[in-house]
Write a protein that binds this ligand. Structure first.
Ligand SMILES: CC(C)(COP(=O)(O)OP(=O)(O)OC[C@H]1O[C@@H](n2cnc3c(N)ncnc32)[C@H](O)[C@@H]1OP(=O)(O)O)[C@@H](O)C(=O)NCCC(=O)NCCS
Length: 176
């Protein structure tokens, strides 16, 4: 279990999967997410089985005992000490209460302190202002932008790459 200030990150159980199906059936949740199609329970079950052996590290996000989202590391490159993070707070009624920031901060802390990473990065739609604001508050900065890289809602969208280095995270921790 990883304990944040607001959230707790724990392993995903099979019983959690219907929540992912419900969240990804919501166009507002899916709007700027990597998946662009809703996923059936059978697809979620297949993903769940695959990720057990994939080398990625995935967590269920809990807030006040309620399963509210998912988060994790993918593309973990141990030689270069790099990994990608991703997160979703699926319960929309809980957006803008700091859960996304706390989830990301908890992941980042774990990534540097336990996975011995050097650089943690993420991809985000340039128009996803809520997400970018949250990620900047955790200490991520934009490092690159892929122009018109994603086709969504009948037009092209820019994709931002953001990252944080271990020394930047440690400096923020020291500053309090
Ligand atoms: C993006 C997401 C993870 C953020 O989680 P969250 O719990 O809502 O985020 P937080 O409350 O920690 O932070 C949101 C911040 O953005 C601000 N915000 C909200 N809408 C905004 C907007 N349109 N422009 C700028 N800032 C905005 C909030 O006020 C808050 O800032 P504050 O703490 O300074 O008040 C969550 O909304 C989500 O999962 N969305 C759907 C899926 C998704 O887009 N995932 C990200 C893929 S990269």
């Amino acid at each position: 279990m990883l304990q944040g200030k607001l959230v707790r990150l724990r392993p995903i159980e099979r019983a959690d999967l219907p929540n992912y199906v419900r969240w990804f059936a919501d166009p507002e949740v899916l709007r700027y997410f990597g998946n662009y199609l809703p996923l059936s329970l059978a697809q979620e079950e297949r993903w769940y089985e695959r990720q057990l052996d994939s080398g990625s590290i995935n967590f269920a996000v809990e807030y006040q005992g309620r399963h509210v989202g998912g988060a994790g590391f993918a593309h973990i490159d141990h030689r270069n000490q790099n990994a990608e993070v991703g997160l979703v707070i699926g319960e929309k009624d809980l957006w803008d209460r700091g859960l996304g920031q706390d989830t990301l901060a908890t992941l980042v802390d774990y990534g540097f302190a336990y996975l011995n990473l050097h650089r943690i990065y993420l991809r985000v739609f340039a128009e996803n202002k809520r997400a970018i604001h949250a990620y900047e508050k955790v200490g991520f900065r934009e490092e690159d932008r892929f122009r018109e890289a994603e086709w969504r809602h009948g037009r092209w969208h820019d994709l931002c790459f953001m990252s944080i280095l271990r020394r930047e995270w440690e400096h923020r921790q020291q500053e309090g």
